[in-house]
Design a protein around this ligand. Structure first.
Ligand SMILES: Cc1cc2nc3c(=O)[nH]c(=O)nc-3n(C[C@H](O)[C@H](O)[C@H](O)COP(=O)(O)O)c2cc1C
Length: 218
C-alpha cells in the first residue's frame, strides 16, 4: 500500500475526526488494517504489560447492530434534538461547535455504512479502580489506539474516535461475544477511505500556550 509521505509534524497536526469525508462505499482491506495494527502494538504500556486486544468489525450484520446501539446513544446524548435547523451562531467557536455536531449527527445517521470499526479493549474493568489504576489501564490502551489513527491517516484512511456506543457497552459485548465482566471496551474507532487526502490543522484558540503553565498551576 502506498503511503501519503506526510512528515511527522503534518501527521500529528492533520489527523482529524473524519466523518463527512468517509467513502462508505469503498471497503477497507484486511491487509491495510493489519498494517496499521502493527504500528498500534508499538505503543507504550504500563508495567510493559500488553494486555490490549483490538476487535475489528467488518461484518454487515454486526455493524448494523452496533449502529443501532450508537444511534440510540446518540439520541440520548442529544435529547433527540435535530441540528439541521439550528440557527447559525455568531461567533467562531460556536460555529465550529455546530459544525462538529452536524458532522457527528451525519456519522450517527450513517454509522452502519462505516466500512470498518475497531474497538480497542483492555483486560479487566475499571468500575472500582483508584485513579492510579484507571489512569494506568486507560494509559495502556489509548496511546496505541491513537497510533492506529495516525497510521491510518498516513494510509489515506479516515478515523473517528467514538464512545457513544459505550452507553450500551454490555449489549455491544453481547453482539461481539466479548466477555463483559473481564474486558473493557475503550472506544469504537470508525475507519474508511477518505474522500480526498488534504486535511488541515484544527483551530485551537491560543494554541498550547493558553493551556500550559510552568512549575506551578497558575
Ligand atoms: C474521548 C473521545 C470521545 C469521542 N466520542 C465521539 C463520539 O462518540 N462521536 C463522535 O462523532 N465523535 C467523538 N469524538 C471525536 C471528537 O468529537 C473530535 O475529536 C473533536 O470534535 C475534535 O475534532 P478533531 O479530532 O478533528 O480535532 C470523541 C473524541 C474523543 C477523544
Amino acid at each position: 500500500m502506498t503511503t501519503l509521505g506526510l512528515t511527522a509534524d503534518q501527521l500529528l497536526s492533520t489527523t482529524r475526526a473524519v466523518r463527512k469525508r468517509l467513502d462508505f462505499d469503498r471497503p477497507v482491506s484486511k491487509e491495510l488494517i493489519e498494517e496499521c495494527l502493527e504500528f498500534t502494538v508499538q505503543a507504550p504500556t504500563g508495567s510493559n504489560q500488553q494486555g490490549w486486544r483490538f476487535l475489528v468489525v467488518t461484518d454487515d450484520d454486526k455493524k448494523a447492530a452496533l449502529a443501532d446501539l450508537y444511534r440510540k446513544g446518540w439520541d440520548m446524548y442529544t435529547g433527540g434534538a435535530s441540528v439541521d435547523d439550528a440557527p447559525t451562531p455568531s461567533n467562531d467557536p460556536a460555529k465550529q461547535q455546530l459544525r462538529v455536531v452536524k458532522s457527528a449527527s451525519y456519522l450517527a445517521e450513517n454509522f452502519h455504512r462505516v466500512p470498518a470499526m475497531v474497538l480497542p479493549c483492555l483486560p479487566g474493568r475499571m468500575d472500582d479502580g483508584s485513579s492510579m489504576m484507571s489512569a494506568s489501564m486507560l494509559g495502556s490502551i489509548i496511546p496505541s489506539a491513537w497510533s492506529f489513527m495516525l497510521a491510518a491517516r498516513e494510509r489515506s484512511l479516515g478515523t473517528c474516535w467514538t464512545t457513544i456506543h459505550l452507553l450500551f457497552e454490555e449489549q455491544a459485548a453481547e453482539i461481539l461475544e466479548i466477555p463483559y465482566a473481564e474486558v473493557t471496551q475503550v472506544a469504537l474507532i470508525t475507519v474508511g477511505h477518505t474522500l480526498g487526502t488534504d486535511f488541515k490543522p484544527a483551530s485551537r484558540p491560543g494554541g498550547a500556550a493558553a493551556v500550559t503553565s510552568w512549575n506551578t498551576w497558575s
